[in-house]
Design a protein around this ligand. Structure first.
Ligand SMILES: Nc1ncnc2c1ncn2[C@@H]1O[C@H](COP(=O)(O)OP(=O)(O)OP(=O)(O)O)[C@@H](O)[C@H]1O
Ligand SMILES: [Mg+2]
Length: 270
């Protein structure tokens, strides 16, 4: 039942790839929520469990349409789909115009933060001042900011973290950590990002190194060949996922301990 959010401040460092990767390695049942208002990529990249294309009309847009009056956990199952390999996914909006029609971001935050039996790993895309998906950051137990090693992007990341912490307050907001996507041999660049963040005295937890690995990333573009478990991408992600899963453990509630029968249809309210 923990909501883990992943976002970037600038650039396209690999947020969607990291969200799918973390979902694939997550030790508890999880749903990958594609909540990037600029438009989803998963349905365009990945096949469904049966090998056919994912239904691009079935996902976040259809969920909020069905839940216009009452958004409750059982609807998530109806509108989620399964990727090849079995991962549950809530496909994102097809266009930014569709995202503009979504008015229930606050309710979505609470819904996914309290989903019985599943953690949610949400791809928020790029977050900025007043982006609607910021409500999901607020509702999350932990938020991972993904960045590459480009110095200008690191500066934007630092400013975004500063603003997020000002908005949510250091104590009440999600635990923030950083994932730096860099070639496996460039751990020095990752250290430099860590040092830059330490100097700015922001309240950031771990700064992890996720391998820049085109062969591993290709798996999440639907090029499913070989054993992804052997890729540098997956190997570098394993300790990150362990750390995040541990960090969010206390927010997970097993399905049997969740709402008693009948409550599944209860509306998520403030
Ligand atoms: N760790 C990685 N190693 C190598 N290539 C990667 C990695 N992560 C992502 N890529 C590649 O970079 C491109 C962008 O990745 P992705 O869509 O995950 O980024 P994003 O941050 O979600 O971008 P956007 O801002 O468009 O949503 C894709 O071609 C993807 O395969
Ligand atoms: Mg993306």
């Amino acid at each position: 039942m923990a909501l883990l959010t992943l976002a970037s401040a600038k650039g396209s460092p690999g947020v969607t790839t990291a969200a799918m990767l973390f979902g694939a390695l997550w030790p508890r049942p999880s749903v990958v929520l594609e909540a990037d208002p600029s438009g989803g990529d998963i349905a365009l990249r990945m096949p469904a469990a049966d090998g056919a294309a994912l239904d691009s009309q079935m996902g976040l847009s259809s969920l909020v349409a069905a839940g216009r009056k009452s958004l409750y956990p059982a609807l998530v199952d109806v509108h989620a789909q399964r990727l090849v390999g079995g991962q549950k996914v809530m496909v994102g909006v097809a266009t930014p115009e569709q995202a503009r029609g979504i008015t229930q971001w606050d309710t979505l935050g609470r819904l996914f933060a309290e989903l019985p039996g599943h953690d949610t790993i949400a791809d928020l895309g790029r977050v900025g001042a007043g982006t609607p998906q910021n409500s999901l950051v607020e509702a999350s137990a932990a938020c991972v900011l993904v960045v590459d090693t480009l110095p200008s992007n690191v500066v934007h990341l630092r400013e975004r973290i500063r603003r997020l912490q000002e908005t949510f307050g250091r104590m009440s907001g999600p635990a923030l950590s950083v994932v730096v996507v860099a070639p496996p041999k460039r751990s020095r660049a990752v250290r430099e990002v860590r040092e830059a963040l330490e100097k700015s005295e922001l309240d950031v937890g771990a700064v992890h190194h996720l391998a820049y690995d085109p062969a591993g990333a290709a798996f999440f573009l639907g090029q499913i060949t070989g054993n992804p478990g052997r890729t540098q991408l997956v190997r570098s992600a394993q300790p990150i996922v362990e750390d995040l899963a541990r960090q969010t453990e206390s927010s997970f509630v097993a399905p049997e301990a969740a709402s008693p029968a009948g409550d599944a249809e209860q509306e998520v309210t403030s």
